[in-house]
Design a protein around this ligand. Sequence first.
Ligand code: BV8
Ligand code: ZN
Length: 310
Amino acid sequence: MARLPSNSIQEFQAALKMARNIIIVTGAGLSAASGIPTFRGAGGMWRSLDAKSLATPEAFEENPSLVWQFYHYRREKALQCQPNAAHIVLAKLAIPSILEKVAPAAKSFHLITQNVDGLSPRILQQIESIQKAKEPPVSEKDLPDSSTLIEMHGRLFDVICTQCEHSVFDVSSPLCPGLGEADRKHADIIAAGMKENEIKIPIEELPKCIKCGSLTRPGVVWFGEEIPLLPAIEEIVAKADLCLVVGTSSTVFPASTFASEVKERTDGKGIVAVFNLENTERKGVADFVFIGGCETELPKAVGIDASLDL
Ligand code: BV8
Ligand code: ZN
């Protein structure tokens, strides 16, 4: 009989102290407090557009104008939002000298995010600039290791050519005049999703490749597409003995399998901790469940505050 998951911070911190290879899997719930609606949450902005039917190569093939408007809206939204306390605490764990305070036995740490909104890389870069601006210069151990962050579903701000695959990281707002105009015309994404309101942007006015002039696409992994970083991710998951699952409904494959894989591969000795509004892991997988917004529960449980005076 699997024991009920605990929500004891003391027990969790004891498990953290023993962990050797830590992975953190995050989803849309991590960015909810920043104002970026989740895929499935109440009022999820994509309900009217049904994200799953739009986040596919087929949808893009059939209606690049609508799919680009969907992603352009999310780009603009992400640019307006700020990382929250949970993003900050996770980014601080990428600093070796901070990680070793809470996890002295840790040999590796990886933050595997399903999110494409760029908030985690943004706060990592912000922390790195704060640290690098210090006099006298801080040691390597006080700098965040950005190689610990893996954006497994790609990035909203990567713009990739459909022909020559030239990729540009482009945060222009708007990305092109046609998309800027469509954004202005739609009061919100719900309106944009209504067929009768659809604005048809001619293909020649959609974002083009600066090298060969062909149509570009958002640099995200669509449903039905392979995850380019998966082999590296699987190697990391295979070694993990502690897995935090933060703000994800654990419904999208293969990210949804990582926590149970840690549990199964270690004959149950691996530790899984869920930070969500509800327990999203199958029965018996989660050792710890901290119910509530991760922006408040994560700093408390990990014992690291979200201040940026490092
Ligand atoms: C692949 C980029 C193989 C695009 C995304 C096997 C079984 C079942 C399905 C499949 C399977 N194999 C393949 C599939 C199909 C598919 C899939 O999983 N479908 C689902 C619908 C069942 N998977 C794939 O296609 C993947 N590819 O497997 O390739 C392959 C092999 C050979 C050849 C071809 C293919 C690729 C999947 C990548 C899809 N791209 N993103 C974009 O963003 O538009 S996924 C996208 O949806 C997001 O990135 C994110 O990952 C996901 C949404 O999930 P969540 O992040 O969990 O968000 P959600 O809204 O669901 O939940 C929010 C949670 O937060 C909730 O639990 C809520 O309670 C909580 N929350 C809210 N507020 C807070 C909070 N928690 C804490 N604090 C808060 N404040
Ligand atoms: Zn090109």
